[in-house]
Design a protein around this ligand. Structure first.
Ligand code: ADP
Ligand code: MN
Length: 262
């Protein structure tokens, strides 16, 4: 189903992942030894025992499917998001972290390894805020450096639930329903969670159990961020553009900005 299986080795409960086991997976040329060490920590906690394959390969991160072979230990499925540690991709993300009170630490910004760690931490913390704030999103489970484990949104048989982009709308009412859900979430995110998504679109939302879920919040910022309201206007535009293409009437952007912020 996922193409290549990354063999992290079968582990009994309590059994430690040895360097040897970690290296064997590395030989398969998928994850670097450092990433494997963090993955081993997650495996030793009994959350998952293996990575089954890739759900998505992105510019900044790859997302893998993980679960436990022994369903008596854990029968849940997880999305494991592993940030890439190369320098280039993080260059254009600096503007999100600059002016971010929570992560103001200039030492980090020249070191790509520390940068990805900051990004993963940002995503984990923002995801927690959403989850606690009652926004439908994957439950954040575990963070080890640049490796983030969250609930896997699945439509069954280990298949991921579709992005909003790929959702087959039943009819006009269905389109309107998801438009309104998106607007509610944006408002609640701003007012209750005090976050602007800053990369919201039909690609960063998932239709799961007939509800709209929000994902990919590593770049989200607080309203105090100097660019926050510009990001919000961008989010509104992306959302309106998508739903306009679905041939429904959308609210004027100015009105939505007001609805979300006041
Ligand atoms: P990127 O930074 O690469 O855009 P995302 O967090 O948006 O990373 O994840 C990439 C893709 O992986 C998503 O568009 C979605 O299809 C899938 N995905 C991410 N998280 C989950 C999850 N928790 N459950 C199911 N699928 C997911
Ligand atoms: Mn994304």
């Amino acid at each position: 189903k996922y193409g290549d299986r990354i063999n992290t080795g079968s582990l009994k409960k309590g059994q430690k992942v040895t360097k040897d086991k970690a290296n064997r997976a590395t030989v398969e040329q998928v994850l670097d030894p450092r990433t494997m060490r963090f993955l081993a920590k997650i495996i030793n906690k009994g959350i998952i025992s293996r990575i089954n394959g890739c759900i998505s390969t992105g510019k900044e991160a790859n997302v893998y499917h993980g679960d436990h072979e022994d369903k008596s230990i854990n029968d849940k499925e997880y999305a494991v998001k592993i940030y890439k540690t190369s320098i280039l991709v993080f260059k254009d993300r600096e503007r999100y972290v600059d002016g971010e009170f929570r992560f103001r630490n200039t030492k980090n910004q020249s070191n790509p390894r520390k940068m990805v760690k900051v990004w993963a931490e940002k995503e984990f913390r923002n995801l927690k805020r959403l989850y606690m704030g009652g926004i439908p999103c994957p439950e954040p489970v575990e963070l080890r450096s640049h490796v983030l484990v969250m609930e896997y949104l699945t439509k069954g048989e280990a298949q991921p639930s579709p992005k909003l982009r790929d959702h087959a709308f039943k009819d006009t009412d269905d389109i309107v329903k998801f438009y309104y859900e998106m607007l509610f979430h944006m408002r609640r995110m701003f007012r209750e969670c005090r976050l602007v998504h800053a990369d919201l679109s039909e690609y960063n939302s998932i239709v799961h159990n007939d509800k709209l879920y929000i994902i990919d919040v590593s770049q989200s910022v607080e309203p105090e961020h100097p660019m926050a309201l510009d990001f919000l206007r961008m989010d509104i535009k992306n959302v309106n553009d998508f739903f306009s293409r679905k041939k429904i009437n959308v609210f004027p952007e100015r009105l939505l900005f007001q609805y979300i912020t006041e």
